[in-house]
Design a protein around this ligand. Structure first.
Ligand SMILES: Nc1ncnc2c1ncn2[C@@H]1O[C@H](COP(=O)(O)OP(=O)(O)OP(=O)(O)O)[C@@H](O)[C@H]1O
Ligand SMILES: [Mg+2]
Length: 252
């Protein structure tokens, strides 16, 4: 089995609103796939169908070899999801949230796994604080850490860096790259095109209910006529300035 995801002719409507109108794409095992699209294009709808939270009206979706409509339990066991909106429990501490997931996943050594994740996501000092006192970025990091408990083979990240500051965003990018290097398949949606450029092996653009472009960055660049050569002074981006001023070098 080489494909982590195979989607054919996927359709979904909400009453009169046809959101997905025959969506086709495939994701290679161990790759990073980025789904781009404007607000309301249907990205989260696709994520929900692939993670069995929503049923499609037509077409098929096979995830890790299991049809989402016929074998939803098998699909759920082989994936994890970090949704667009944080799914952490506000009353619990960061550590308690992680332990809860580790227990749900029947891990033998939850303490070791959660300690490693807290360290990796820079949450060790905040581990024993209630999540309701966390900043937006800390929430997001905990949310992603929770989806890594039990090392799933396929992870869905719906706008993982939405609302994060540039430093935290680069941290999440590093984590996604590490995941990909360790063989995990990553399906992500994003509004930040630079994020897709940085991370994705394959990029698909969802527009008006269909995938209108799909390929590597190099392939997508060929769709546009070659740029004419101009000589301009390279100015730093605001992101580079921000990171320089707060004393962090961008790691890419
Ligand atoms: N449960 C629902 N009932 C009715 N309409 C819905 C429902 N869920 C989504 N929609 C509509 O379907 C369309 C696609 O929504 P979706 O959340 O998939 O978009 P998205 O690409 O994830 O957008 P964003 O970038 O804002 O997250 C939107 O017009 C939305 O209003
Ligand atoms: Mg969405």
């Amino acid at each position: 089995m080489e494909k982590a995801i195979q989607v054919k002719g996927l359709q979904k409507s909400f009453k009169q609103l046809h959101v997905l109108n025959g969506v086709d794409f495939e994701v290679e095992q161990g790759s990073v796939f980025a789904l781009l699209g404007s607000n309301g294009a249907g990205k989260t709808t696709i994520v929900k169908i692939l993670t069995t939270l929503l049923k499609q009206d037509g077409g098929t979706a096979v995830v890790n070899g299991f049809d989402v409509a016929l074998k939803p339990d098998n699909v759920r066991q082989s994936i994890s999801l970090t949704g667009q909106f944080a799914a952490v429990d506000e009353i619990l501490t960061g550590l308690e949230n992680l332990i809860m997931i580790a227990k749900l996943r029947h891990l033998k050594n939850p303490g070791v796994v959660t300690d490693n994740l807290l360290k990796r996501f820079g949450l060790t000092d905040a581990a024993d604080r209630r999540v309701s006192t966390y900043s937006g970025g800390m929430h997001r990091r905990l949310d992603i850490a929770m989806s890594l408990v039990g090392t799933p083979e396929l992870i869905f990240l719906d706008e993982p860096t939405n609302g994060l500051d540039p430093e935290a965003r680069i941290e999440v990018w590093k984590i996604v790259k590490e995941l990909a290097d360790s063989g995990t398949t990553v399906f992500l949606t994003t509004q930040y095109l630079e994020e897709a450029e940085q991370l994705a092996d394959q990029i698909a653009i969802l527009h008006k209910g269909r995938i209108i472009a799909n390929g590597t960055l190099a392939e997508l660049k060929k769709l546009i006529p070659p740029a004419k050569v101009e000589y301009v002074e390279k100015q730093p981006t605001l992101e580079e300035i921000f990171l320089a001023v707060i004393g962090k070098k961008e790691e890419k």
